[in-house]
Design a protein around this ligand. Structure first.
Ligand code: NDP
Length: 444
């Protein structure tokens, strides 16, 4: 197929949505070896159908702050693809949210969810609301207003949202309460719920743990392990926090964390009471990462990202496009041998190419961070049966899922002539299951 023509069409039909174009281009390029071998996908216009969401919902979210002032935000839910299961994917609350961000995340989610081996389709949602600096009551009023529209579009067999940037346990709680009030039904309609009311053990840990399990599998292919490795982590939210905990358990040393204001460098490692401090700082006090440096007397770099710090492994866990080509070159020059993407699309395309060409181990987001959504599906399974599982059982399932994703991505890359390229492997493995299901289900 003519990739340029295909992309020109996607850009014309979705103007200004640059993150979406970026995500589509990577998949379209990756699956070319499959399309060459199997003309049935092109004949059925599978890719053309995949880039068009099944449904897009955009809605008004009015709410009132503590001073009685009215605010209006814009909410989104993109129900992208339900070929292999009900729509599943998180909600992001961040001022940068617009339809292009939600579409890139929803599109990625289709292939990620397919890779988990579980029956979940792709979707994503969110709002341009900024939770930073808002009181708990303001966040509650906002969440209630958001759910007052969203509730009519979701359901336990239709669409099951979860958290993402700016949406953690507090926000899921407020939204679940409102859903239940409106529907009078204790549906498994959100994941990431509190443990007392239907949540699953290991769900908070799952994305961070999963990204580290995935890195561990990559390291094994070169007879390496986390023991004794220096690890650079970006972000300091949910994914970063538990990535650090798992690296610590495996004998590695995490020396950085960041937020949108800057990063801290602690050469001694973020362990023990320092890790506890981060949990309290970010999840309870909702403070800034600079306070860690003030408390423990290490360096803080305002307005910078941590990729200049020498490391063996890098775990980007903050946001999209946070590793530039220059930063990728610095990482490799400093001896970094593995990058596992905890965040979604954190590496710009040129930097991805550079990592691949440099033959370092590179775990793309849709494979490396799939542990979160996989454990969300395990939460749904527990809700449907009505019986919670132990921490050990969920963790074991998560670990096995990450091992399988690595193996399936590796095998697909090899089968289609790109051995060791997990970007191509993950895209192909994710694509095939969805594409075959779409063929089976006819022109819908
Ligand atoms: P959180 O809101 O818990 O944390 C986000 C972290 O990233 C914060 O430290 C935040 O800093 C930082 N950050 C956010 N936006 C920017 C920005 N524009 N520039 C620099 N730093 C930024 O989110 P999560 O940890 O849940 O999500 C992190 C990433 O992981 C996202 O890409 C998300 O899509 C992805 N992901 C999350 C999953 C989950 O289960 N939670 C599942 C799969 C992927 P600050 O506080 O200053 O904004």
């Amino acid at each position: 197929m003519d990739i340029e023509e295909f992309m020109n069409n996607v850009i014309a039909r979705n103007p200004g949505e640059k993150e979406f174009h970026q995500a589509v281009k990577e998949v379209v390029e990756s699956v070319q070896p499959v399309l060459k071998k199997h003309p049935e996908y092109e004949n059925a216009k599978i890719l053309e159908r995949m880039v068009e969401p099944e449904r897009q919902i955009v809605f008004r979210v009015p709410w009132m702050d503590d001073n009685g002032e009215v605010h209006v935000n814009r909410g989104f839910r993109i129900e992208f693809n339900s070929a292999i299961g009900p729509y599943k994917g998180g909600l992001r609350f961040h001022p940068s949210v617009y339809i292009g961000i939600i579409k890139f995340l929803g599109f990625e989610q289709i292939f990620k969810n397919s890779l988990t081996g579980l029956p979940i389709g792709g979707g994503k949602g969110g709002c341009d609301f900024n939770p930073k600096g808002k009181s708990d009551m303001e966040v509650m009023r906002f969440c209630q207003s958001f759910m007052s529209e969203l509730f009519r579009h979701i359901g336990p067999n239709t669409d099951i949202p979860a958290g993402d940037i700016g949406v953690g346990g507090r926000e899921i709680g407020f939204m679940f309460g409102q859903y239940k009030k409106l529907k009078n039904s204790y549906d498994s309609v959100l994941t990431g719920k509190g443990l007392n009311w239907g949540g699953s053990l290991v769900r908070p840990e799952a994305t961070g743990y999963g990204a580290v399990y995935f890195a561990e599998e990559m390291l094994k292919t070169r007879n390496e392990a986390f023991e004794g490795k220096t690890v650079v982590v970006s972000g300091s939210g949910n994914v970063a926090q538990y990535a650090v905990q798992k690296v610590n358990q495996l004998g590695g040393k995490c020396v950085t964390l960041s937020d949108s204001s800057g990063y801290i460098h602690d050469p001694e490692g973020i362990t023990g009471e320092k890790w506890d401090f981060i949990m309290e700082l970010k999840n309870v006090k909702r403070g800034r990462i600079r306070e860690y440096a003030e408390k423990f007397g290490c360096e803080y770099f305002e307005g910078m990202r941590p990729w200049g710090i020498k490391c063996d492994v890098a775990l980007p866990c903050a946001t999209q496009n946070e590793i530039s080509l220059e930063e990728a070159k610095t990482l490799v020059a400093n001896g970094c041998i593995a990058v596992s993407e905890g965040a979604n699309m954190p590496t710009v395309p040129e930097a991805v190419d550079y990592f691949v060409e440099s033959k370092i181990l590179f775990g793309p987001a849709k494979a490396a961070n799939a542990g979160g959504v996989a454990t969300s599906a395990l939460e749904m399974a527990q809700n449907h049966v009505g019986i919670p599982w132990s921490f050990e059982k969920v963790d074991e399932e998560l670990h096995q899922i990450m091992i399988n994703i690595h193996k399936n991505s590796w095998d697909a890359a090899k089968k289609y002539g790109h051995e060791g390229n997990l970007v191509i492997g993950a895209n192909i493995a994710g694509f095939l299951k969805v594409a075959d299901s779409m063929l089976d289900q006819g022109l819908v």
